[in-house]
Design a protein around this ligand. Structure first.
Ligand SMILES: *[C@@H]1O[C@H](CO)[C@@H](O)[C@H](O)[C@H]1NC(C)=O
Ligand SMILES: *[C@@H]1O[C@H](CO)[C@@H](O)[C@H](O)[C@H]1NC(C)=O
Ligand SMILES: *[C@@H]1O[C@H](CO)[C@@H](O)[C@H](O)[C@H]1NC(C)=O
Ligand SMILES: *[C@@H]1O[C@H](CO)[C@@H](O)[C@H](O)[C@H]1NC(C)=O
Ligand SMILES: *[C@@H]1O[C@H](CO)[C@@H](O)[C@H](O)[C@H]1NC(C)=O
Ligand SMILES: *[C@@H]1O[C@H](CO)[C@@H](O)[C@H](O)[C@H]1NC(C)=O
Ligand SMILES: *[C@@H]1O[C@H](CO)[C@@H](O)[C@H](O)[C@H]1NC(C)=O
Length: 392
C-alpha cells in the first residue's frame, strides 16, 4: 500500500545532467540540498537551497528524491510547491535536523514549511524539524486562552497534498501548531514523534481540516495543546475533533478513524469539541481505537460548551455514532470520561468498549473511583472497563 524507496541500492555517481543532480538511488535521481548551497553548520540560512533542490526535483522528468543529509541546517520559510512533472511519488528524505529561523519577521507568509499542490509525496528519513519555539512562545498572543489560533507560524503545513505518506519524522518545539493538513486527499502519517513542553502555548500536534482519508497511526504526541485536532470539513479520516461551529461556513465531520496512537502528558486525550451558537453541523461515525494515554487529564472528552462557558445558547452540532474502543493508560483526573453534550441536540450512539485507566493524580487515597460524567448524552459501556458508567 505504501510507496517507499529502498535505500542504499544502486548508488551511482553524478551523471551528465549537471553538478546539482547528485546520485541515483534505486532509480530515483537524488537532489542533495548541499549541492544547492545548504550548509550544515546550523547557522547559515538554507531556505533557498531547500527550495531550489525541491524545484529541480519537482520539475524533473524521472523519479526524484530530495535529500537533506545528516547535519544541522538553519532555515526560515520554505515552499515546496507543485504540481510536479516528476512521476509520483516525489520523495523528500530528511536525515538531518532542520532548525527554524528564530526571527519571526522572516515568516512573511506565516508558516515554516509550506508544502502544497503535490500529488504523491513521501516525506521520511528519520530526521527532525525543530521549530525552536521556545524563543517565540512569549509572543503568543492568546493570552493564556485555550480557544485561540496562535498566530505563530506552524511548522509543517500540507495544503492540497494528495496520496501522500509522511513517516518516521520528528517534529519538535514548533512555534505554533506542529503540523496542519488542509484540503488533502489520502494522506497517511505514521511513526511520527511530535514533542513540545506541556506548558508551551497552542502548540497543537496535528490539525486536520477539509481533508478526506487521513490516517494517523503509530505516532507519539506530547505537546502543549491538542494532540490531534480534526477541524471542519474532514471526512473519512483516521484525535480531538474540533473545535466545530465557530464559523458559519463550516462543513460536517464524518468517517474518522484514529487508531494505534500514544498520547502523553497532555491535558486532553481524545476530544470532540464544539462551540455555542454554531451552525447545524453533524459529527458522526468516528472511531477511536487502541489508544494509549500516558498521564492525560481528560482522556475521553466531548465538550459542546467549548470556548463558550460564558456565552449563552448551545451548540447545534449533532454528535452521533461515536465509538471509543480499547482506550487505556493513566489519567491524572478521576473523571476519566466526560460527555458534555448539547442541550438542544443531545449526543446519541456513544459507545465505550474496553476502557481501562489507572489513576495517577495528586490524591493519595488508595482507591480512587474513576467515573464518567455525562450531560445530554446517550452512552453505552461494554467490555471490560473500570470507569463507573454515567447514569443517563
Ligand atoms: C487532490 O485531490 C482533490 C480531490 O480529489 C483534487 O480536487 C485536487 O485537484 C488534487 N490535487 C492535486 C495536487 O492533485
Ligand atoms: C525555554 O527554555 C528555557 C531555557 O532552557 C527554560 O528555562 C524555559 O522554561 C523554556 N520555556 C518554555 C515555555 O518551555
Ligand atoms: C493512497 O495513496 C497511496 C500512496 O501513498 C496509494 O498507494 C493508494 O492507492 C491511495 N489510495 C487511494 C484510495 O487513493
Ligand atoms: C512505528 O514508528 C517507529 C518510528 O518511526 C518505527 O521504528 C516502528 O517500526 C513503527 N512501528 C510500526 C508497528 O509500524
Ligand atoms: C521523541 O522525541 C523526543 C524529543 O526529541 C525524544 O526525547 C524521544 O526519545 C523521541 N521518541 C522516539 C520514540 O523517538
Ligand atoms: C492498528 O494496529 C492493529 C494491530 O497491529 C492493526 O491490525 C491495524 O490495522 C492498525 N490500524 C491502523 C489504522 O493502522
Ligand atoms: C458541562 O459543561 C458545563 C460548562 O462548562 C459545566 O458547567 C458542567 O458542569 C459540565 N457538565 C458535566 C457533566 O461535566
Amino acid at each position: 500500500m505504501k510507496v517507499v524507496f529502498f535505500l542504499g541500492l544502486a548508488l551511482l555517481s553524478c551523471g551528465a545532467e549537471g553538478a546539482c543532480r547528485g546520485l541515483v538511488d534505486n532509480g530515483a535521481t537524488v537532489f542533495d540540498v548541499t549541492k544547492y548551497g545548504a550548509v550544515a553548520d546550523g547557522e547559515q540560512e538554507c531556505a533557498q537551497a531547500f527550495i531550489q533542490a525541491f524545484n529541480a526535483a519537482c520539475k524533473s522528468n524521472g523519479a526524484a528524491k530530495v535529500v537533506i543529509p545528516p547535519g544541522t541546517y538553519m532555515s526560515g520559510e520554505v515552499f515546496f510547491q507543485g504540481p510536479c512533472t516528476a512521476p509520483a511519488p516525489i520523495t523528500v528524505e530528511v536525515q538531518g535536523t532542520v532548525l527554524a529561523q528564530t526571527d519571526l519577521s522572516e515568516y512573511v507568509n506565516g508558516q515554516w514549511f509550506a508544502i502544497q499542490n503535490i500529488d504523491g509525496l513521501v516525506l521520511e528519513g528519520g530526521g527532525t524539524f525543530n521549530g525552536r519555539g521556545n524563543e517565540s512562545w512569549r509572543y503568543n498572543d492568546c493570552g493564556g486562552q485555550v480557544a485561540c489560533d496562535s498566530l505563530l507560524p506552524p511548522s509543517l503545513v500540507f495544503n492540497k497534498v494528495n496520496n501522500s505518506l509522511l513517516q518516521g519524522i520528528n517534529i519538535v518545539n514548533s512555534k505554533g501548531f506542529h503540523m496542519k493538513i488542509c484540503e488533502s486527499y489520502n494522506f497517511t502519517a505514521q511513526g511520527l514523534n511530535i514533542t513540545a513542553p506541556w506548558d508551551s502555548p497552542n502548540t497543537d500536534g496535528i490539525h486536520i481540516s477539509r481533508s478526506d482519508l487521513v490516517t494517523i497511526s503509530n505516532t507519539t504526541i506530547r505537546t502543549g495543546d491538542d494532540c490531534i485536532s480534526i477541524g471542519e470539513g474532514s471526512t473519512n479520516s483516521c484525535v480531538s475533533i474540533g473545535s466545530l461551529g465557530q464559523r458559519p461556513d463550516e462543513e460536517d465531520v464524518r468517517g474518522i478513524l484514529v487508531a494505534n496512537c500514544t498520547l502523553s502528558d497532555t491535558t486532553n486525550g481524545v476530544r470532540i469539541k464544539s462551540w455555542h451558537e454554531s451552525p447545524n453541523l453533524q459529527a458522526s461515525n468516528i472511531v477511536f481505537e487502541n489508544i494509549v494515554m500516558d498521564n492525560v487529564r481528560n482522556p475521553i472528552f466531548i465538550d459542546q460548551n467549548y470556548g463558550s462557558k460564558n456565552k449563552p445558547g448551545s451548540s447545534n452540532v449533532k454528535i452521533s455514532d461515536i465509538h471509543f474502543k480499547n482506550i487505556r493508560g493513566t489519567t491524572s483526573s478521576n473523571v476519566a470520561v466526560s460527555l458534555n453534550c448539547s442541550d438542544t441536540v443531545p449526543c446519541e450512539g456513544i459507545e465505550l468498549v474496553d476502557i481501562d485507566f489507572k489513576y495517577i493524580g495528586k490524591t493519595t487515597a488508595q482507591d480512587v473511583t474513576l467515573t464518567a460524567a455525562c450531560e445530554n448524552a446517550k452512552a453505552t459501556f461494554s467490555g471490560t472497563h473500570n470507569v463507573s458508567p454515567c447514569v443517563v
